[in-house]
Design a binder for this molecule. Structure first.
Ligand code: PSU
Ligand code: MN
Length: 303
């Protein structure tokens, strides 16, 4: 076992007993949602996974230790987000060496989950190729991680702050299966539809579990991306969101925001511009992904 890794006893017991475990990221708490609303969300999402018969494992780095499964104090640290950085793959060695605390993105949560032996992970939206990425080369490290690390990620697609078409092309090039849960379209986070198709529409969570198991049995190293659309009643209108996102992108351009700060900047701007409207949708889609991931994890245990 990795000497920098701390697996929470409840998570370790579940893994040892072959019970379903679902990983969760902490950047969604520290840099994606406001305090104290994120505390309520953090508790709700963990409770929902338990109701679905799985064990939640929220991942983070606390004082240089890689944490898989957080205690209440650690969860609060992530929600308050004071001196809590945003940690993607390249940041992990720095945070470990210098004893810092950081919230894990999709990429680094996949790394921690894989180290612990967790195969399923629920998030909100993934990072991807940014609009204008063909010039800026701003492509989230999440995509490379999906190419190399054997964890299945359930998401509500990608926000339209990204170039969804190029994000899907990149995933195809890197050999990442993109599966729709009951849909043949890749969802666009707040919106159920993006206009871009997925490779395969799975009928249910059991089919998704079989695809993951086949990927492992084949000895393929990468992950799988599952697009799970926001429930109908919480989906927002595409044209409305397109307007909001154009405005947010213009604000980012004017402020000269670059690199790892661009995603948190755009997320905060979208939230301001929708007057908090989007927040409920964000919570509901993330809970919906946790439900799907729990059922996939359970189905994998039953195979
Ligand atoms: N997209 C969202 N919400 C988020 C993120 C992305 O709609 O919270 C976070 C996730 O943690 C994701 C990260 O892994 O941002 C991607 O950041 P970057 O583009 O800097 O790789
Ligand atoms: Mn980036």
């Amino acid at each position: 076992m990795n000497p920098y890794l701390d697996i929470h006893p409840e998570v370790a017991a579940a893994l040892a007993a072959g019970k379903p475990v679902v990983a969760l990221e902490s950047t969604i708490l520290s840099h994606g949602m406001p305090y104290p609303e994120n505390v309520d969300f953090a508790h709700r999402v963990e409770a929902l996974i338990r109701e679905e018969g799985a064990v939640p494992a929220t991942c983070a780095i606390v004082k240089g230790r890689l944490k898989v499964g957080l205690g209440e104090d650690e969860l609060m640290l992530m929600c308050k987000a004071e001196n809590v950085g945003k940690v993607s793959r390249r940041d992990v060695p720095v945070y470990v060496a210098l004893g810092r605390s950081g919230a894990t993105t999709v990429a680094s949560t996949m790394i921690l989950a894989a180290m612990a032996g967790i195969q399923v992970f629920a998030t909100g939206g993934i990072g991807g190729v940014h609009r204008g990425g063909e010039d800026s080369m701003d492509i989230s490290a999440d995509l490379q991680e999906l190419a190399h690390t054997p964890v299945a990620v359930v998401c509500a697609g990608a926000k339209q702050i990204l170039d969804i078409g190029r994000t899907l092309e990149y995933l195809e090039t890197m050999g990442v299966p993109v599966i729709g849960n009951g849909t043949d379209e890749f969802p666009a986070f707040y919106c159920r539809r993006s206009g871009f198709g997925v490779d395969y529409a799975a009928a249910n969570e059991e089919e998704i579990a079989r695809i993951i198991a086949a990927q492992r049995a084949l000895g393929f190293q990468g992950g799988i991306l599952i697009g799970n659309p926001v429930p109908e009643e919480y989906g927002l209108d595409n044209a409305y969101m397109e307007g909001i996102i154009s405005e947010a992108l213009q604000a980012a351009e004017e402020a000269g925001v670059r690199g790892k700060n661009i995603t948190p900047f755009l997320l905060a701007k979208v939230k301001d511009l929708t007057g908090g409207d989007s927040f409920e949708t964000n919570v509901m889609l993330a809970l919906n992904n946790a439900r799907c991931a729990s059922r996939v994890a359970r189905a994998m245990c039953e195979l």
